[in-house]
Design a protein around this ligand. Structure first.
Ligand code: SIN
Ligand code: FE2
Length: 208
């Protein structure tokens, strides 16, 4: 079982350790490799500073989350190839139907790839119009230290170790909590060919 801070998780935040077994993880990984073959990973830039993210990204689904000098937004095409994003793998749609407690399918799946030194600063996921739907996140590959706070920047935070096959749902009162990845732990999983971690986040963007 993954190490975690003592005490229950805040309402609306649900952690399902090893929700995907190793065979399911391998199947999903193949689905993501197929996505990346059509929609290559790229390194986005921050809107203000123009600095590149340490995480490489791509998307699948009708919409994809992008960041560049024009800001954060969702758009239907890959920013470098101009092609529509590939469809979301069926296994992810099934997970959403099972765990989201939301009647409509997700529209976007952000694929984040963390190399050994990559991290993601504390942020809120708030570029979606429909905040009634949760964000559902799946971890594959090396373990990560996930940090989670409240809905105010600068408030207290706690951390949670996420492992390959774990699913995390942030919804209800936890939909807008600050969260980020402090670090990954290279070499803690054999799922990927080398070191690294993939995180998949499913989002509903528009109101149905
Ligand atoms: C994210 O917030 O987009 C990614 C979170 C994670 O990598 O677990
Ligand atoms: Fe996020």
């Amino acid at each position: 079982m993954s190490a975690r801070a003592p005490g229950p998780l805040p309402p609306g935040l649900h952690h399902y350790p090893l929700r995907l077994d190793p065979g399911e993880q391998a199947t999903l990984l193949q689905g993501i490799r197929d996505v990346v073959a059509k929609a290559p990973l790229y390194r986005p830039r921050m809107p203000g500073s123009g600095r590149q993210f340490s995480v490489r990204m791509t998307n699948c689904g009708a919409l994809g989350w992008v960041s560049d000098a024009g800001g954060y937004r969702y758009q239907p095409v890959h920013p470098e190839t101009g092609e529509p994003w590939p469809p979301i793998p069926d296994m992810l749609l099934a997970l959403w139907a099972e765990l989201s407690d939301y009647a409509h399918p997700p529209e976007a799946c952000l694929v984040n790839f963390y190399e050994a030194g990559a991290r993601m600063g504390l942020h809120q996921d708030k570029d979606e119009t429909d905040l009634d739907a949760p964000v559902l996140s799946v971890s594959l590959g090396d373990e990560a230290l996930f940090r989670i706070g409240g809905t105010e920047r600068g408030g207290p935070t706690r951390s949670l170790r996420l492992s390959s096959g774990d699913v995390l749902v942030m919804g209800g009162p936890s939909r807008l909590v600050f969260h980020g990845i402090d670090r990954i732990y290279p070499g803690t999983s054999t799922l990927l060919k080398g070191e690294g971690r993939i995180n998949l986040t499913l989002r509903r963007v528009t109101r149905p």
